[in-house]
Design a protein around this ligand. Structure first.
Ligand SMILES: [Zn+2]
Length: 460
C-alpha cells in the first residue's frame, strides 16, 4: 500500500533581493507532481501554520526567508517534526532572521547576539556564520550522490550557486556533494550539497541548491527536490518512473494560412514531440502508422490525393488519433467517407449534392462551453468556458452520430464546436476554434488541445 503523502508547502516571503518564492514555488510543486505521488498544498501565509493547519500532512516544505513566525507557529512546526512529520527546506533557509541574523545597512547579514529560532538550526542541522556566507559564481557543476532514496542517480548537473563554509552539526548525514572550483570563486574543496537529519521522530532534508527558477529547471535537481519531499513524508521514494514515451504528433498544414502562434501551441507542450508536414505530399510520402500516434490536421484541401486517402484509411483502421482543427472541417469534399464516417462534420464551400453552402464570419467574440453532462469527459478536464475572438462557421453538415463535447448558443455559429466523430475504431475529434492567435494563446484552449492530443493517443 502506498503511504499517504500530503505536503504542506509553506512560503510567502523570501529575501527578495536575491530569492523569489513566487518563481521557485511553481517549479518545486511541478517537480513534486512530476516525480512523486505526493499532493502539495501551498500556504502563502507562513504565520498561519498552526497545529490544526498541519493536521493530515506527512511533511512540510519550507520556502521562506523572513521574520520569525511567532512562538505558537514555531512550536507547531517543531512538534510536527518531533512527532514524525517530514521537513524539507533549501538554499535561503540556511541564513537570516530565523538564525538571529539581521541584514544591515551595508547589505550584509550580521549576528544580533540572539540565537534566533534555535530549533530551526537543530532541525536542519546546520548554521552559517554570517561572515562566511558565500558561494561560487552561479554556474554549472556536477553533483554526486551517496546512496539515499532522495538521490536517484549517481550524479546530476546543477546550474546554481554552490554554497560553502557553513557548519553541519553532528548527526547530519551528507547525501550529495559537489566540487567547489576556485576558478569560480569556490573553496577548492568538496562541499556538502544535501544532507539529512533527524529531529525527534521526524525526517529532515536540506539542500543548498535552488537559487532560482532556472536552477530548479535542471532535471536532476527536480528529481532531488521531489524525491527528498517524498522521502521526508514517507521514509521512502518511488522507483524512478520510466519517462513516459512522448506522444508523436504529425501536424499537417497547407491550403490555408494560419497564425504562427500555431507553432507555439505545440512547441513546449509537455509530453509530446511533433513534426510539421507543410502539405499532404510531405505528410504521406512515407507510411505514417509506425511513426506517429496523432494526426493533427490543420490543412484545408477539398481534394485528397490517392496517397493521402490510402494513408488515412490505414490510419483510422488502426485505431489511431485524429484531431481536425478549425479550417480542416473543409477537408476532402470528394471523399464522403472522411467527413461522414471519421470527422462527422463538414463545411461546404459551395452548395453540393443537396448540401447547403456554409458561411463564415471572422473576428467575432463568442463563448463556448461544455455540453451539460460532458464536463467529466477526459478531453475537457480543467478546461474552462472559452470566451474567444475567433471565426464563426454556420450551416455546416453534422452527422447525427457525433458526440458533442462543447457548444455555443451564439446564433451566428452552429451549435456543436468540439465533438467526437463516429468512427468505431479511430479516436477522431474536431475542434472548430483555432483561427486567431488570440485563441491559440488562450491557456484554456491550449489545455483543450493538449487533452485532445492525449485522448486521441489513448493516454487518457
Ligand atoms: Zn541564491
Amino acid at each position: 500500500m502506498l503511504a499517504a503523502c500530503m505536503v504542506l508547502f509553506v512560503t510567502g516571503q523570501t529575501d527578495s533581493l536575491y530569492h523569489h518564492w513566487e518563481q521557485t514555488t511553481p517549479q518545486i510543486i511541478g517537480a513534486i507532481r512530476e516525480h512523486t505521488p505526493c499532493e502539495a498544498r501551498v500556504l502563502e501565509e507562513a504565520r498561519a501554520v498552526t497545529p490544526e493547519a498541519l493536521a493530515g500532512y506527512q511533511a512540510i516544505f519550507i520556502n521562506y526567508n523572513g521574520p520569525r513566525l511567532g512562538p505558537a507557529q514555531e512550536k507547531a512546526i517543531e512538534e510536527f517534526v518531533r512527532r514524525g512529520g517530514g521537513l524539507v527546506s533549501f538554499h535561503q533557509g540556511l541564513y537570516g532572521e530565523w538564525f538571529g541574523q539581521r541584514f544591515n545597512a551595508q547589505r550584509r547579514w550580521e549576528e544580533t547576539g540572539s540565537r534566533g529560532w534555535a530549533a530551526w538550526e537543530e532541525m536542519i542541522g546546520a548554521r552559517w556564520n554570517p561572515e562566511l556566507l558565500g558561494h561560487t559564481l552561479r554556474g554549472v557543476f556536477e553533483v554526486k550522490c551517496q546512496s539515499h532514496p532522495a538521490c536517484a542517480e549517481a550524479s546530476f548537473t546543477a546550474n546554481d550557486e554552490l554554497y560553502h563554509r557553513f557548519d553541519l552539526k553532528p548527526g547530519t548525514k551528507v547525501v550529495a556533494t559537489a566540487f567547489s572550483d576556485t576558478k569560480v570563486q569556490g573553496t577548492g574543496k568538496v562541499e556538502p550539497i544535501a544532507w539529512t537529519n533527524s529531529y525527534g521522530q521526524g525526517r529532515v532534508f536540506f539542500t543548498t541548491l535552488g537559487h532560482d527558477a532556472t536552477a530548479l529547471y535542471q532535471p536532476g535537481v527536480r528529481r532531488l527536490f521531489a524525491r527528498a519531499t517524498e522521502w521526508a513524508a514517507t521514509g521512502s521514494a518511488s522507483a524512478p518512473r520510466a519517462a513516459a514515451k512522448p506522444v508523436r504528433v504529425l501536424a499537417v498544414t497547407g491550403g490555408h494560412g494560419y497564425p504562427e502562434a500555431f507553432y507555439s501551441l505545440l512547441n513546449g507542450m509537455p509530453g509530446i514531440e511533433w513534426k510539421h508536414a507543410p502539405s499532404h505530399e510531405d505528410a504521406f510520402r512515407r507510411p505514417i502508422n509506425d511513426r506517429f500516434d496523432v494526426l493533427l490536421l490543420h490543412d484545408m484541401y477539398e481534394r485528397v490525393t490517392p496517397a493521402a486517402q490510402h494513408a488515412l484509411e490505414r490510419w483510422v483502421e488502426a485505431g489511431k488519433g485524429v484531431i481536425s482543427l478549425h479550417h480542416a472541417i473543409v477537408d476532402y469534399t470528394e471523399w464522403p467517407f472522411w467527413w461522414q464516417e471519421v470527422i462527422g462534420g463538414k463545411y461546404f464551400v459551395e452548395a453540393k449534392d443537396g448540401y447547403k453552402k456554409s458561411s463564415y464570419k471572422e473576428g467575432v467574440e463568442f463563448v463556448v462551453r461544455a455540453v451539460k453532462g460532458k464536463q467529466g469527459h477526459p478531453v475537457l478536464e480543467g478546461v474552462p468556458p472559452l470566451a474567444v475572438e475567433d471565426e464563426m462557421y454556420k450551416d455546416m453538415w453534422h452527422s447525427p452520430r457525433i458526440e458533442v463535447l462543447m457548444e455555443t448558443d451564439n446564433p451566428l455559429n452552429d451549435r456543436p464546436v468540439v465533438y467526437i466523430g463516429p468512427h468505431a475504431k479511430a479516436r477522431a475529434i474536431h475542434i472548430q476554434l483555432g483561427h486567431s492567435a488570440h485563441t491559440m494563446e488562450n491557456p484554456g484552449y491550449r489545455l483543450l488541445i493538449r487533452n485532445a492530443i492525449e485522448w486521441a493517443a489513448r493516454r487518457r
